[in-house]
Design a protein around this ligand. Structure first.
Ligand code: SAH
Length: 356
């Protein structure tokens, strides 16, 4: 049976070494052999665990954030509630349940889910069985109008390009055939690189990453916001200031793995460059709030009170689990600092909850 490795090697034989972005896009999204197309990778039995899978508190607080933000922008009815890359649908199911305290919000919301994986679409449909939802391959088919958009650990899965500094300038990193496997090479000819400030600052050997797909999505969403109103909430691991350094990583069975080994069977992600996200949104006139650290954001939304309420009605074992989950989500040594939260709004909106 043909594998993704066979496909990649054939592609390289025909068109030459692949950009890291082309490699990543095939590894994650190839319709037959791609990582997300062929499995549900999330949770203890999978390769990685995400915040909504750690505790219901995460999705609940995001749901209340959506409802409050909806009220703050004038309670548009109808309004699209959009999630990008909803995984198992857990965040959205918890969010919708929590937001039932504001029935007018629940009535106004039209749910749109952007998801390419057929396996995960089925999981989402099961988790959201009681809600009417429309699925999309990308953001362009979501109908116009006001929208609140949630993206938790979505942008990190989008393909990045990598450039490395040599004595004569910047060269793009590419993936080539190596014996029975694959290896990284550099383009022979130096390429012009943006943003040029980075280029000036970096030492020989330095690597910079750019994520054109993330910038394109943020650009499209920010334009929508400015035209039709709404808000975008981005939660992901990444750096607030951008800069130099390699962050592309492979994860398998909850451990780091080799980026080029087992293509299609390994999760590939890169840190989100929040400075680049902010630039793309500001360029088209949106307001930027944050980024703030995830721990700070969740505490300001009241996660400690929510944990105490849940623990009050729980067994001793459950209470200990709630405490552990709270720490994982908010502690600086766990997800509390590495994960950042940024909101985009139409110009002139007050800061949404968690950003004041
Ligand atoms: N937000 C979820 C899942 C994160 S994993 C959570 O927090 O648990 C990344 C998600 O994005 C998966 O649902 C994956 O199938 C989806 N995805 C990855 N690349 C995508 C793309 N290019 N377009 C749409 N969905 C994508």
């Amino acid at each position: 049976m043909a594998t993704l490795l066979d496909h990649l090697r054939r592609r390289i034989a025909v068109q030459g070494p692949l950009t890291v972005a082309d490699y990543m896009a095939d590894c994650l999204g190839h319709p037959e052999h791609g990582y997300y197309a062929t499995r549900d990778p999330i949770g203890g039995d999978g390769d990685f665990t995400t915040a909504p899978e750690i505790s219901q508190m995460f999705g609940e607080l995001v749901g209340l954030w959506c409802a409050e933000t909806w009220a703050a922008i004038g309670a548009p009815d109808p309004m699209a509630l959009v999630e990008l890359g909803p995984g198992r649908g857990t965040l959205m199911a918890d969010a919708i349940r929590a937001a039932e305290v504001m029935p007018d919000f629940a009535d106004a919301v039209r749910l749109h889910l952007v998801e390419t994986s057929p396996v995960l679409r089925r999981r989402q449909a099961a988790a959201l069985a009681e809600t009417v939802a429309t699925w999309h391959d990308d953001v362009t088919s979501i109908p116009p109008g006001p929208a609140i958009v949630i993206a938790n650990e979505f942008l990190d899965a989008l393909p990045i390009r990598q450039f490395q500094r040599s004595a004569d300038g910047w060269h793009e990193r590419r993936v080539d055939i190596d014996g029975d496997g694959l290896r990284f090479v550099l383009t022979a000819v130096a390429v012009p690189l943006f943003p040029s400030v980075l280029a000036a600052a970096a030492d020989p050997g330095a690597i910079v990453e750019v994520c054109p797909a993330a910038i394109a999505i943020v650009d499209a969403l920010a334009r929508r916001l400015v035209a039709d109103g709404g808000a975008v909430l981005i939660i992901d691991y990444g750096h607030a200031a951008g800069g130099v350094g390699e962050t592309l990583q492979a994860v398998r069975r909850h451990a780091y793995a080799d980026v080029l080994e087992a293509p299609g069977d390994t999760d590939l992600t890169a840190h989100v460059d929040f400075a680049a996200v902010a630039r793309a949104a500001a360029d088209v006139g949106a307001d930027i709030h944050g980024s703030v650290a995830q721990g700070e954001f969740l505490r300001s939304l009241g996660i400690e009170t929510r944990a105490a309420t849940l623990a009050a009605g729980a067994t001793e074992k459950q209470a200990a689990d709630i405490e552990t989950a709270l720490k994982r989500l908010t502690d600086g040594r766990a997800m509390g600092e590495l994960f950042k939260v940024m909101a985009l709004t139409a110009p002139g909106q007050p800061p949404p909850p968690g950003f004041s």
